[in-house]
Design a binder for this molecule. Sequence first.
Ligand code: MN
Length: 285
Amino acid sequence: MKLCRFDDDRIGLVRGRNVHDVSDILAALPPLRYPLPFGDQLIAHLERLRHRMERLADMAPPQPVDGVRLLSPVANPSKIIGTPVNYRAHVEEARRDPQISVFHGDKPRSIEEQGLFLKASSSLVGPSEGVAIRFADRRTDHEAELGVVIGRKTGPVAEADALNVVAGYAIALDMSVRGKEDRSFRKSPDTYAVLGPWLVTADEIGDPGALDFTLHVNGELRQAANTREMIIGIARQIFWASSVYTLYPGDIIMSGTCQGVAPVKPGDVMTVSFERIGEMTVAVR
Ligand code: MN
């Protein structure tokens, strides 16, 4: 199932090139009172509601997905977790390019030594909203990544069981200002986390460690890799993250980018494609 949020917070299922409005499903979510629970309530109840959503989609007239404004398929993540320098060829380019500044002149540190990082949830947008460059005089790079969406509240989980807590996958952009500040500062301006174009449920992805992906800027190929080239795979990232943080439905893991990171500027258009997910186009302003 491909789940999207579009236009004025409509909920849709994407079938082929069409979207079917299933927003009536929101009436099936439990009423909430203050204090609200962490996490995304639609993702939390997705497994229970998906058959009803499929039936609603059967009855809804199709409309071209190219004609709607796609928002992030997750509305309310409690957190966005980032995995740093997780592709070997990206480690090498970071070593060669001091502006990427992963190592700040120190000897290279492993992912485990660097730890995971967090991006502000308020940085999250969908592809139709675009990326607004925050520091015009600084370098802001695109980082195409596989986005992992957690499906249920999860305490420490074994690596062998970790993929069972995934609701689905989406394309992610971990936009990054280069410089020496903490990652949480450089990667959290508004619009610097893009998720889209929709969430593909885990059953339709199979192995998340075998997906080709590319990123083009203005039609020019910048990044191309396969998720099998990750240093730490998705299951191990979930195991690791869950040993530190309670994971909530809708939490997003941006699983690291491959080689080819490069700056974007206002007017550029990024197109990111992932095998088994689809393609999203994101404008820079
Ligand atoms: Mn990244």
